[in-house]
Design a protein around this ligand. Structure first.
Ligand SMILES: Cc1cc2nc3c(=O)[nH]c(=O)nc-3n(C[C@H](O)[C@H](O)[C@H](O)COP(=O)(O)OP(=O)(O)OC[C@H]3O[C@@H](n4cnc5c(N)ncnc54)[C@H](O)[C@@H]3O)c2cc1C
Ligand SMILES: NC(=O)c1ccc[n+]([C@@H]2O[C@H](COP(=O)([O-])OP(=O)(O)OC[C@H]3O[C@@H](n4cnc5c(N)ncnc54)[C@H](OP(=O)(O)O)[C@@H]3O)[C@@H](O)[C@H]2O)c1
Length: 425
């Protein structure tokens, strides 16, 4: 530790990288989880460095979401620690409002990430007891590859770091229309009058289909298995809040039964429209597999009116068509793959104690935020922004405690040396 105080800011060269000693933790990722952790550390008086591969904070929200997106959960659940959303924000803030909030958040807690630095590898060096993090820079300004050395490493690269692109027969080799992932989709404006296949019926697939229908495109949505669709609100109360309240008192199966009855009262029977429900209830499914239920914000109405067509799984694509597993063939202009995301942690973190091969922590919430040797995970609880906030508070308290103890010891040592010097003088 003493070495770190002494070496802070000093640089040396190793495998032609600039090498930087960081006094405090390195946080990888400047999304909501990384920002929340940085803010909580700032409040504890702990310095930190945030590394971000993109050229902005919250790149998922700024660069990889469609225009019409709003938070699906109420603002009181989505706000980050230490700074609530502005009072005049609506119950479900828009993308722009959420980004503005995050920008103010970063400013308020003096969070200035190192942008355009993509972490290539991170490993714990047993001999020195330090983490070594190698990055490459995509910025023409700094441009250098770096190695950061630190005592604590906070992984905040997100559950949705990379898009999932399934291999489907003929999609890349034969299909001649446009193919994009939902993270590239911005608006349905340019698809007016076009036939678009939306692959996937999670929250992204539903909302992209709704947006396409609103822009007078002709969307078909692939539902290859089953899905829980719930109303965003039930009789004026957010479904999420009702579920959380019930879960305090009742077993999961009973909460699921109540929620499904309420959902049926609001949305009706969706099976006849091709939306089959999984055997497991929505909350149990979320707890067991992490699969989020879809919160309806209008897609169900478009499905009922026939503006969004539900189709079964895909057999394969040819030049301008798709063949479905039921034998039907559709003419298509474009395909939007709303096929989800994955964590990228296994591609760069050389560790297999805290994280498993799928890039998520092995332990379940609330024990997933802390590993060994100063390693932490923020935002991998499958509990959205609320889970990220809880992780951030825990991590900052944990590091802050050690930091304060060591700072106190350091000060005491300095005082002793000072007194000795005085007595010698
Ligand atoms: C379309 C969409 C809508 C969503 N809506 C909601 C919602 O309404 N409410 C809710 O609670 N949750 C929502 N979520 C869940 C989402 O995970 C959270 O909103 C939030 O973005 C998670 O924050 P994070 O910081 O953990 O991850 P991210 O926001 O993904 O941030 C991670 C950051 O790490 C950076 N990074 C990744 N790899 C590296 C690397 N190797 N080196 C350096 N930097 C790296 C990324 O560029 C990114 O900026 C949504 C997710 C999606 C995909
Ligand atoms: N405003 C919001 O709050 C908002 C909006 C969008 C997304 N999100 C969040 O972002 C995260 C990701 O959501 P997402 O909707 O992008 O992904 P997702 O929930 O992982 O859904 C992926 C969908 O793609 C389907 N799929 C995958 N491969 C397929 C294939 N080969 N053929 C047919 N279908 C295929 C899956 O079907 P199976 O189920 O059969 O595998 C599933 O329906 C979630 O946490 C979600 O809640 C939030």
């Amino acid at each position: 530790m003493e070495n770190m105080f002494r070496l802070m800011g000093s640089e040396e060269f190793s495998d032609r990288r600039r090498c930087i000693w960081v006094n405090g933790p390195v946080i990888i990722g400047a999304g909501p989880s990384g920002l929340a952790t940085a803010a909580c550390l700032h409040e504890q008086g702990v310095p930190f460095v945030v590394l971000e591969r993109a050229d902005c904070i919250a790149s998922l929200w700024q660069r990889r979401t469609y225009d019409r997106i709003k938070l699906h959960l109420p603002k009181n659940i989505c706000q980050l620690p230490k700074m609530p959303f502005p009072e005049d924000y609506p119950e479900y803030p828009t993308k722009r409002q959420f980004i503005d909030y995050l920008e103010s958040y970063a400013n308020r807690f003096e969070i200035r990430p190192q942008f355009s630095e993509c972490v290539q590898s991170a490993r714990y060096d047993e001999t020195s007891g330090l983490w070594r993090i190698k990055t490459t820079s995509s910025s023409s300004i700094s441009g250098a590859d770096m190695e950061y050395i630190c005592r604590w490493l906070v992984v905040a690269t997100g559950e949705n770091a990379e898009r999932v692109v399934p291999k489907i027969d003929g999609l890349t080799a034969e299909f001649e229309g446009e193919v994009i992932h939902s993270c590239e989709y911005k608006s349905g404006e340019k698809y007016k009058g076009k036939s678009v296949l939306v692959v996937g019926c999670g929250n992204s697939g539903m909302e992209v289909s709704l947006d396409l229908a609103n822009h007078n495109a002709n969307p078909s949505m692939v539902v290859r298995s089953s899905v829980h669709v719930l109303p965003r609100e039930i009789f004026g109360k957010p479904t999420f809040e009702i579920s959380m309240m019930l879960m305090k008192w009742l077993p999961l199966w009973l909460v699921d039964t109540i929620i499904l009855i309420l959902a049926w009262l609001v949305l009706g029977n969706l099976t006849k429209y091709g939306l089959k429900r999984p055997n497991m209830g929505p909350m149990e499914l979320k707890a067991v597999t992490g699969k989020t239920p879809v919160l309806n914000i209008g897609a169900v109405e478009k499905i009922k009116s026939g503006d969004v067509h539900i189709v079964p799984g895909i057999k394969g694509f040819s030049n301008h068509h798709v063949e479905l597993v039921d034998g039907h063939i559709l003419d298509l202009d474009a395909v939007v793959l709303a096929t989800g995301y994955r964590s990228n942690v296994p591609s760069w973190l050389q560790e297999n104690d805290l994280f498993s091969k799928n890039g998520f922590p092995k332990s379940a919430y609330p024990d997933a935020w802390k590993g060994k040797s100063g390693l932490y995970a923020a935002g991998f609880t499958r509990k959205g922004l609320a889970g990220a906030s809880a992780d951030a508070v825990n991590i900052a308290q944990d590091i802050g405690k050690v930091w304060r103890e060591e700072t106190k010891r350091q000060k005491m040592r300095t005082r002793v040396v000072y007194r000795r010097c005085i007595s010698l003088a």
